[in-house]
Design a protein around this ligand. Structure first.
Ligand code: SF4
Length: 355
């Protein structure tokens, strides 16, 4: 799936989940509410005219999207408007009859989260029995012909030495896509892995490893979803794309179960709510979103004079925000110009963003 040519709308269909993963960024109480997809669809019509994108993909997440009882109906509804649909899931409920029904509903691609190539690693993060069920689910998806993308959250000390094994696992399972994203210091993850897991040169080293190892798996489409992927300066094989993460405010919005809208779902800053404003009003009227679009104007610290700040726009804003309280501070994962090698800040957040 060539995400770069799509407008991405990540929508959280529900709030409930069967797991409590150690790295999960959501820590709020689990509500029974479910997102009104018709409201989103009606508002997207106008937003389309403003953004000018021809292709739109709904990335359906949760909670756990497959726990939404009317998921097939939701997918059919979205498909009837001509949009693409991806379901993002932990893969634990994908038995064969369910997967056939998913295929019939018109799904375009299914993203399954895997945190390691072995039960030992994956179950450590997600809980006992998760690995076996998710692997079975992936096999079922492949069997019925639904394209699969495995999503790996990179966590230092947990799976950063498991990259080659993950690529091998994809090959064994006949999975054609894998995307990799850095663990963000939020939610459960702060307690379990600390604020500062993967910083500075550690990020550079893992991105280099992905590129170099990816060369051994030319049949696998490997996507790095991180702004700093754009500054990797080694020879990158054709099957590895380091530019998958869109710039904020250009081709992506996220909506949670309550209708809150975000520039990035992991950037914990609400920029509007679809029950009070339309998506178009939020897209054009949110000053926070506009500031994020114009990030270069507000960069701080070492990013201000950095010669490549046009390329990364200050790096991964969710990581900067999670560590400092401002998305405009330098990304703690940046290895250019005096990288951070030790995190000292823990609780002294300066919530001074957008000031
Ligand atoms: S110093 Fe800032 S602008 Fe330069 S590469 Fe690092 S994050 Fe990007």
């Amino acid at each position: 799936m060539e995400y770069n040519s799509f407008f991405n709308l990540q929508v959280e269909l529900n709030d409930i989940c069967n797991l409590t993963c150690k790295h999960c960024y959501q820590i709020r109480a689990k509500a029974k509410e479910e997102l009104d997809i018709d409201l989103v669809l009606s508002q997207l019509e106008n937003l389309k005219k403003i953004t000018g994108y021809q292709k739109h993909i709904f990335r359906l997440s949760g909670g756990e999207a497959t726990l939404r009882k009317d998921l097939f109906k939701v997918i059919r509804n979205i498909k009837s408007h001509g949009y693409y649909v991806e379901v993002m899931t932990n893969g634990m409920f994908l038995d064969l009859p369910y997967v056939y029904a998913l295929k019939s509903s018109g799904i375009d691609i299914c993203q399954v989260s895997m945190d390691g190539s072995s039960a030992e690693i994956h179950n450590y993060v997600r809980g006992q029995g998760a690995y076996e069920k998710s692997i079975k689910g992936i096999k079922n998806l492949v069997k019925v012909g639904i394209p699969v993308e495995i999503k790996l959250t990179l966590i230092k000390g947990i799976n950063t030495d498991d990259i080659r094994n993950m690529f091998s696992l994809c090959t064994e399972l006949d999975v054609k896509y894998i995307s990799l994203a850095r663990f963000i210091f939020a939610g459960n993850g702060i307690q379990n892995f600390g604020r500062g897991n993967l910083i500075g040169n550690e990020v550079r080293d893992i991105f280099y490893k992905i590129a170099e190892t990816g060369r051994e798996f030319p049949q696998l489409n490997i996507n790095v979803r991180d702004q700093l992927g754009r500054i990797v300066d080694i020879d990158i094989p054709k099957n590895v794309d380091m530019t998958k993460e869109p710039y904020m405010g250009v081709s992506y919005l996220a909506i949670d179960t309550y209708g809150n809208v975000y520039a990035d779902r992991q950037l914990d800053i609400i920029i509007g709510n679809i029950h009070q404003q339309t998506l178009s009003e939020i897209w054009t009227g949110s000053s926070k979103l506009q500031d994020l679009r114009e990030s270069k104007k507000y960069l701080r610290g070492k990013c201000i004079d950095c010669k490549i700040n046009d390329i990364c726009l200050g790096g991964n804003k969710t990581a900067a925000y999670a560590l400092t309280g401002s998305p405009f501070e330098p990304d703690p994962g940046c290895w250019i110009n005096e990288p951070i090698n030790k995190i000292q800040l823990v609780d002294n957040f300066d919530k001074n963003m957008f000031q």
